[in-house]
Design a protein around this ligand. Structure first.
Ligand code: DX5
Ligand code: ZN
Length: 232
């Protein structure tokens, strides 16, 4: 089977109703989400606090597809098993989170999850090349991590270079932050296949009225696919 590089939309539940996460996850999946993106923040690596492994375990039964856990925490290693046990399919750690990213990526795969490597906007690709055989996903941040609803930072050149470095390897390029129908074509054209979107997906809808979720997801997907000419 060729590696699936078709466009995938991963709503970030950071923009969902925190009091109703389970139903929100089920609602966005029913409205066309491919993955569900879960932002874990510790108030140390980033200036915000969200939730931990217990919340991931609580929402897991409500997610039929991929639970994509983005760890904005430091240190990472002491918590990998807890997120794997919570049912995370993908566990992404930041290259900037500590001096031992090689050990961290080994530990994520050792815990049975797919390993993701995230890069802040200020971080280049210099330290990525020799780690590519240890990862299943590279997340290029298009905002400085910590909050939803921020302005998109254009990382097209970094994405293009990364896409060239990856070659035929089965590695997803994920984009996270400020993704909308206006910015999605830029990153898709540069080679990204997983598009995380929080505020652009959850705006205007709710669990009681989820149709806007579906329209928002479809609009981002259509814009990205039009830019690549590849339909799912
Ligand atoms: C930010 C998070 C993102 C964020 C995206 O640190 O990693 O996943 O929730 O939200 P939007 O799409 O609103 O920028
Ligand atoms: Zn994220």
């Amino acid at each position: 089977m060729p590696f699936d590089r078709s466009i995938k939309i991963a709503p970030s539940i950071l923009a969902a109703d925190f009091a109703n996460f389970g139903a929100e996850c089920a609602a966005v999946e029913a409205q066309g989400a491919d993955w569900v993106h879960v932002d874990v923040m510790d108030g140390h690596f980033v200036p915000n606090i969200t939730f931990g492994p217990a919340t991931c375990a609580a929402i897991r039964p409500h997610i039929k597809g991929v639970m994509d856990v983005h760890l904005m925490i430091a240190p990472v290693d002491p918590y990998i098993d807890a997120f794997a046990d919570a049912g995370a399919d993908v566990i992404t750690a930041h290259l900037e989170a500590g001096p031992h990213i090689h050990r961290t990526l080994q530990a994520i795969r050792g815990a049975g999850a797919k390993a993701g490597l995230a890069l802040n906007p200020g971080t280049g690709l210099g330290d990525v090349g020799h780690l590519l055989d240890m990862v299943d996903l590279v997340c290029v941040m298009t905002v400085n991590p910590g909050f939803g609803g921020q302005k998109f930072l254009d990382m097209s050149a970094k994405i293009r270079d990364l896409r060239a470095m990856i070659g035929d390897r089965p590695i997803h390029i994920e984009i996270d932050g400020g993704v909308t129908p206006q910015t999605a074509p830029l990153v898709a054209k540069a080679g990204a296949d997983v598009l995380v979107a929080g505020s652009a997906v959850f705006k205007g809808g709710s669990v009681a009225d989820p149709a806007p979720y579906g329209a928002n997801i479809a609009a981002i997907r259509a814009a990205a696919e039009a830019a690549t000419g590849v339909m799912a």
